[in-house]
Ligand binder design. Structure first.
Ligand code: BTN
Length: 314
């Protein structure tokens, strides 16, 4: 979708406009106008056609820039908004291409959505939000583990606000509701020496997925599976971008740690660090964004890895 499509939509939203008029306004042929109308219909717009011309009847549910822009009230994040109906991975695209700070890449579906540790991210068309934020700022690499936490924190706040559900952060950066995963984050950094060149913060949120959409993933859930309701994805992505922008503009390491600590999943429970076989009680986050575990041999600080709950330790 480009500027010409947006002008067509603006015009046919207000009035019935003939193909001839549109072709004159836009300086393109009538058959080019017709092709664009067809493409807009493919994008989910309902357009009435009669002898007098075209008239927009209903908007699209897709996360198209034209649809999402009215919701986004940010100052810089998402001003450059790149949309794909389908792409391999928004994170890969954002890493491989050169776009300015604050660019947001959004896809309706991904054919090779990536998760942490080489896992896949199921990206069912039109159900969730699959997006990557590009940041080009000189962030101190030592602060990165805490900085990375502001993304799950922001999404948590928005999901909790729109759904009223209690959303927990599973360290390092998954979101859980009722013991099941509802969102995941893949934060990738390009460093040159000790200087951060680019941060790509990718997130996938399960919103209107049905159970069948997540089959095979028994730890996965969505807002719809839990509440039985459909949610407005445009509103959610706009709120998420606003919350992330606010968290970046006012970044305060101590505050982020405190807030994550307040909604940390399994705090006070017995957990295990997968791969390391370290077991103990999860105490909370430390000042550098790692977690503190009370083990039989004293406190241990963990800076990377995945956490699992020990349900029954016989
Ligand atoms: C995880 O849970 O392991 C992280 C999942 C991250 C998924 C998102 S979807 C948008 C972006 N593009 C990707 O390929 N991955 C992230």
């Amino acid at each position: 979708m480009d500027r010409i499509d947006e002008i067509i939509l603006e015009r046919i939203k207000r009035d019935t406009v003939s193909g001839e008029e549109l072709s004159e306004i836009l300086g393109i042929s009538r058959s080019a106008v017709w092709k664009r109308i067809r493409k807009l219909e493919e994008y989910g717009y309902t357009i009435d056609r009669n002898r007098k011309g075209y008239r927009l009847k209903e908007g699209s549910d897709l996360l198209l820039p034209y649809e999402v822009r009215p919701y986004i009230k940010t100052n810089w994040l998402g001003k450059n908004y790149i949309f794909f109906e389908e792409i391999q991975s928004t994170n890969s695209f954002a890493r491989e291409n050169d776009y300015p700070d604050g660019t947001v890449v959004v896809a309706e579906s991904q054919t090779a959505g990536r998760g942490r540790k080489g896992r896949k991210w199921i990206s069912v068309p039109h159900r969730g939000i699959y997006a990557s934020i590009i940041l080009k700022r000189n962030i101190n690499p030592y602060v990165l583990p805490v900085f990375s936490l502001l993304f799950p924190l922001a999404v948590r706040n928005v999901l909790q606000e729109v759904s009223g559900l209690e959303v927990k952060i599973k360290w390092p950066n998954d979101l859980y509701v009722n013991g099941k995963k509802i969102a995941g984050f893949l934060i990738e950094t390009d460093l040159e020496g000790n200087t951060v060149q680019k941060i790509v913060a990718g997130f996938g949120i399960n919103i209107n997925h049905n159970k069948e959409d997540l089959k095979g993933l028994n730890i996965g859930t969505s807002l719809k599976i839990i509440t039985g309701q459909n949610f407005n994805r445009k509103e959610i992505i706009a709120k998420v971008l606003m919350e992330i922008e606010k968290n970046i503009d006012n970044f305060d390491k101590e505050k982020v740690i405190q807030q994550v600590n307040n909604s940390l999943l399994w705090k006070g429970k017995k957990i295990r660090i997968i791969d390391d076989n370290i077991k103990g009680i999860l105490i909370g986050l430390n000042s550098t964004g790692g977690i503190v575990i009370q083990t039989k041999n004293g406190e241990k600080y963990i800076y990377s890895g995945d956490v699992s709950l020990i349900v029954d330790d016989l």
